[in-house]
Write a protein that binds this ligand. Structure first.
Ligand SMILES: Cc1ncc(COP(=O)(O)O)c(C=O)c1O
Length: 399
């Protein structure tokens, strides 16, 4: 039979096949820490460090592999080459593994000024203790990036997050990949805000696409997880898998199974998330108490042209700045009923957070303001509820 060329929504929805129990429909949970060897030769072969077969669940587990394979297929959908995914216990474990796999003592990472706070902290405070330094710059200024790469040959990794958390700033992935290629520098993109349904970094030439699967990929807020997807089987095996084996940041069968089930509705969820986010952004843009809305799908976004070029739509993440500053932000947090006060994102329900009174409460105001996180900034992960209820909730909260 000819092989059917599947659409991306089909890859999301379908259940994975299992060679050991080919007639099970929904994937089983392989809750085992270790695996039997047939005999001494089998043990010798599997312990040869080449990740052949199953030995021990820190190395590999069938349920974890099934979730990884689905993500590899989704992230590689437009890449036109084989892609390989490694699952981790969290997004941070995945991010750290890429940095440790590409840089050694004396090397440098080049990144943007605005990033998810913990990623920034990892680069600014932990990695320097192991002599891996990070240089941050405005990645939208391509001539500046070219200048830095030309001058600094210690840079081994460019780390991007686009759109950025929380101000939805975009970086031109294709342009950065082109600059990096000249110096054989690897490019990693945190694709958590987008999902492969909205953005395909590997198809644009990036070496790695990374996710906190805790967010949209799982979609239900039931398990932490992270993933690295790459195009080189060899690099993924020799360097990324090695990190899991030696540092133990592996995922587990139950979390991977929750992720697998969550991903089956990813395409369906993203459609509704994006529809709702588009309407919520339009509503906020005309609200008299809102100073500024940051949404990649809005024509008013300063990088709308770039968003059109590298994203399928604006995604489901947005932020907005209230005219009333800190008090207005706190008042909104205290009044919303449908929107939930949660610092995570990507779940079915709408989540809001006010950095000045929540995630950034311990960051000195000066530093927070310097990175654009104003007193009245609110971040929103728009959910799949009836959008009329989300807007009504905002309306009564913003009064
Ligand atoms: C964009 C982004 N990347 C990475 C992470 C880290 O993921 P995790 O919390 O799963 O370690 C987060 C978490 O909020 C995030 O928002």
């Amino acid at each position: 039979m000819a092989r059917i060329q599947k659409h991306i929504a089909t890859i999301c929805a379908e259940a994975g096949k299992h060679t050991e129990a080919p007639n099970v429909h929904t994937e089983p949970i392989y809750a085992t820490s270790a695996y039997l060897f047939e005999d001494a030769d089998d043990a010798m072969r599997k312990l040869s460090d080449k990740r052949l077969g199953y030995v021990y669940s820190r190395w590999a587990n069938p349920t974890v592999d099934q979730a990884a394979e689905k993500i590899a297929a989704l992230e590689g959908f437009e890449a036109g080459t084989l892609t390989f995914a490694q699952l981790f216990s969290s997004g941070m474990a995945a991010i750290a593994s890429v940095m440790l796999a590409t840089c050694k003592a004396g090397d440098k990472i080049l990144t943007q000024t605005q990033l998810y706070g913990t990623t920034d902290e990892l680069m600014q405070s932990l990695l320097p203790e192991y002599a891996i330094e990070t240089r941050s710059t405005d990645m939208t200024d391509l001539s500046k990036v070219a200048e830095i790469l030309h001058a600094d040959h210690r840079i081994k990794l460019i780390y991007l997050e686009t759109p950025s958390n929380p101000l939805i700033q975009l970086v031109d992935i294709r342009a950065i990949v082109q600059l990096a290629a000249k110096y054989h520098i690897k490019v990693a993109v945190d694709n958590t805000f987008c999902t492969p349904l909205v953005q395909q970094p590997l198809a644009m030439g990036a070496d790695f696409s990374i996710h906190s699967t805790t967010k949209f990929l799982n979609g239900h807020g039931t398990a932490l997880g992270g993933v690295v997807v790459g195009r080189s089987r060899r690099f993924m095996q020799e360097h990324i898998w090695r990190q899991v084996k030696l540092l133990g940041g592996n995922s587990n069968a139950f979390d991977a199974w929750l992720l697998l089930q969550g991903m089956k509705t990813l395409s369906l969820r993203m459609e509704r998330h994006v529809q709702n986010a588009t309407k919520v952004a339009a509503y906020l843009e005309q609200h008299p108490n809102v100073k500024q809305v940051y949404y990649a799908g809005s024509k008013n976004h300063p990088q709308y042209k770039l968003a059109k070029k590298q994203m399928k739509n604006g995604g489901a993440m947005l932020s907005f700045e209230l005219k009333g500053g800190l008090n207005a932000g706190k008042r909104l947090m205290n009044r919303v009923q449908i929107c939930k006060l949660v610092t995570s994102l990507g779940t079915l329900d709408t989540l809001v957070q006010h950095p000045a009174s929540m995630t950034h409460v311990n960051v000195p105001a000066e530093r927070r303001l310097a990175s654009g996180i104003t007193d009245g900034l609110v971040r929103m992960s728009v959910g799949v509820e009836d959008v009329r209820d989300i807007i009504y909730d905002l309306e009564q909260g913003l009064k």
